[in-house]
Design a protein around this ligand. Structure first.
Ligand code: SF4
Ligand code: SF4
Length: 137
């Protein structure tokens, strides 16, 4: 069974979204707080939206638009986003390589939250998507 990508706290307040640009299936989402929706752009900042979903308000209230979210039902686990030359913050991991804070866990070298248990973000990435596919542009 293939893994899925998980975005962790090192993404918080990041200004670049290079992961969005490399994702072949457009499953990396940003929160639209005004409409309570998650949207995935074809290219970050392009305004061309590939998919939208309703957001769970409780999950969305934790970090809001300060972090991006991978839809685990859509992610193919290709790993294209999980490279330091794509994500310089070292924030995105495949779930089966998600560091859990144990000694010896494999971290992206630039993850500024080394030592944290990131499994919380795998749960958040699933709970924030409140519905099935809501439509595209
Ligand atoms: S692992 Fe592949 S499909 Fe999943 S979010 Fe990253 S680029 Fe997209
Ligand atoms: S996961 Fe990495 S590349 Fe994507 S928005 Fe967050 S910090 Fe930027």
């Amino acid at each position: 069974m293939s893994s899925v990508a998980v975005i962790t706290e090192a993404c918080l307040d990041s200004n670049e979204q290079a992961c969005v640009d490399v994702c072949p299936v457009h499953c990396i989402y940003r929160l639209d707080s005004v409409h309570g929706e998650l949207f995935a752009e074809v290219l970050a900042g392009s305004g061309e939206v590939a998919h939208r979903h309703k957001a769970d308000p409780d999950a969305a209230g934790l970090f809001g638009a300060a972090i991006l979210y991978v839809n685990a039902d859509e992610c193919t686990g290709c790993g294209a986003c999980c490279h330091l030359d794509v994500c310089p913050s070292g924030a995105i991991y495949l779930e089966d390589r998600l560091p859990d804070g144990r000694p010896g866990a494999r971290y992206n070298s630039r993850d500024r939250y080394k030592g944290h248990d990131h499994t919380y973000f795998a749960i958040l990435g699933r709970t924030i998507f409140a519905d099935g596919l809501a439509g595209g542009s």
